[in-house]
Design a protein around this ligand. Sequence first.
Ligand code: 2P0
Length: 343
Amino acid sequence: MSKQSQQQNFVHQVIGHNKQKHRLVPQKAQGTGHAPVNIALSKYWGKRDAILNLPTNGSVSISLPGLGTETQIKPLIDSNERRDKVSLNGEILDENNPFAQRVSAFLNHFRKDKNSFFDVITVNSVPTAAGLASSASGYAALVLALNDLFEWQLADKELSLLARLGSGSASRSLFSGFSVWHQGQQEDGLDSYAEAIDTQWPEFCVGLLEIDVKQKPVSSTQGMQNTVETCALYQAWPEQANKDMQVIQNAIQTKNFTTLGKTAEHNALTMHATMIATWPPIVYWQPESVEAMHKVWQLREQGVEVYFTMDAGPNLKLLFLETEKPAVKQAFADIKILEPFKQ
Ligand code: 2P0
């Protein structure tokens, strides 16, 4: 089966298109969706199935309120061009733009016929592709907008499955607070979705340390594929990542911040070790990233309990509890502090 039809089958199973043909008929003039970015505390790095976007391991994340994507979608009418109109942060993208191409490829699964195109307006409140997971909030918001346009009234599980097909980490961006993306075992991918972890932790803080917000040199999709194919260390990753995921879930439930912080930092560094040991090497870090890591370790030596995590980019995300806020602010003048359970 071709990639297109395998993905199409998956989508039809999730939205129930086979049974009800009207599932791809817009039910209103436009659909809207909003989703937050999320930061993984134990990471997704590597696919066991690149067509259905199935991960080699599960992951756990925290969503950041106030940072995310707002998307509007409507059927494109009276257009001479036989393609979608995709705009990002106020700019209409041309047809060779990789973002527009990826969005259109995803929308191919939702056309009622080959003559139906969409007008998509996307506004990100985070720098696109700067390691702040804008594809995660982007595909989650797009799926919510489609759910609104077609009035599917899908449950969170189905929304998460569809978002996952757009971008793996998007499966976790449908929720506020903590969420867990289950790796799943089935070949059809219907058991690989995220759900919310029902724990409120008002003292929990995330600090964003922007080192460099330029477009990253290697996309996550390409980077993880290269890692899976060329990195000998990667063999150890899925088992370790799944253990970390369990430990972090328990630490969330018992509010054991020390265990959460240590495990999240160790998990991120382990992921980066596999990236560095990939060929060609993937080093997202900048000298300032390493400098900031040393500063975090120094703070810990001084008794300030702060940990970091890093994604596919040079920026650090610091994890700490409210009591450490003054010390963190003092050490990092430009840090942006978010309190995921207070906004
Ligand atoms: C994560 N990252 O768990 C990890 C940590 C980056 C490093 O999920 O190919 O953009 O679209 O499924 O979701 C980034 O990967 O990749 C990511 P695709 P995605 O947050």
